[in-house]
Design a binder for this molecule. Structure first.
Ligand code: ADP
Ligand code: ADP
Length: 233
């Protein structure tokens, strides 16, 4: 589970002026839950995503994953902590000259996992995203939806307990969007993942999210359980 507590982030311009981008955001995503984060452009979604993926340090507040605060780490501890959070972006950023199989294997290679275990793990991951038959395909030979599914498999290679999907279905056609969202729901259930789904697409929220938080101007202005929100007249 991921618990974001009073998270604030400001940037200081060279002239000393401070821009407050996130203002005391608190949000909890339990295991086996998809929580969508929505909001207009400029609301702070990307900044929140960078904090969650531990690419930016918050100015205040904490980000706890399964109880430990990961927001103030550096060096080796930070590298270790990053493994507990898988990330998939709008363009899955697969390496074009590597096959689907090799792309998924990359994080395991970096970690020095032995070849035999890598093979077993990559096989499992390809299976869990339904693309075993595309193991040898290069990204250019895959559809957008298939590339995202490979990106998701790679994000899960190190068995994170949290998955951050940052506009992961933006730019996909409706059919591919449904496939990717269905996959996220399956992974939520199979691996009990806490999934943070950052999106500007309300259809994605309706289809996949258990809860939704709306941010505006760096603050959560609305939070609710999707079933209850949709049940409102
Ligand atoms: P969203 O992803 O919801 O569109 P962002 O997180 O990209 O929002 O940006 C939120 C606000 O923070 C914007 O006003 C943006 O200009 C500002 N911002 C983002 N990054 C920086 C930065 N490095 N320095 C200063 N301001 C920033
Ligand atoms: P076990 O402890 O026997 O591995 P788990 O329920 O933890 O049982 O895992 C079952 C299967 O799901 C295993 O094949 C494991 O590799 C895979 N798995 C578990 N958690 C994750 C995760 N967060 N991301 C990807 N795969 C996972």
């Amino acid at each position: 589970m991921i618990e974001i507590d009073n998270l604030s982030k400001h940037y200081r311009a060279p002239d000393g002026r401070i821009t407050e981008v996130l203002k005391s955001i608190s949000l909890q995503v339990p295991q086996a839950n998809i929580t969508a984060v929505v909001g207009p452009s400029g609301a702070g979604k990307s900044t929140l995503a960078k904090c969650i993926s531990l690419l930016e340090q918050p100015s205040a507040g904490s980000i706890r994953v399964n109880g430990s605060d990961l927001s103030r780490l550096d060096g080796e501890a930070l590298r270790q902590a990053r493994r507990s959070i898988g990330t998939v972006f709008q363009s899955s950023a697969l390496l074009q000259r590597k096959t689907a199989w090799e792309n998924i294997a990359l994080p395991l290679h970096y970690l020095g996992v032995v070849e035999r275990d890598i093979a077993a793990r990559v096989g499992e991951l390809l299976d869990s995203v339904g693309l075993s038959h595309k193991a040898k395909a290069y990204p250019g030979q895959l559809s957008g939806g298939q590339r995202q599914r490979i990106g998701i498999a790679r994000a899960l290679a190190l068995r994170p307990s949290v998955l951050l999907a940052d506009e992961a279905t933006s730019g996909l056609d409706p059919e591919a969007t449904i496939t990717v969202l269905d996959l996220l729901k399956k992974l939520r259930d199979d691996y009990k993942l806490a999934i943070v789904l950052i999106t500007h697409e309300m259809d994605a929220v309706r289809q996949a999210a258990d809860a939704v938080a709306e941010i505006r101007d760096g603050q959560i202005v609305q939070y609710g359980v999707v079933k209850e929100l949709l049940a409102q007249p």
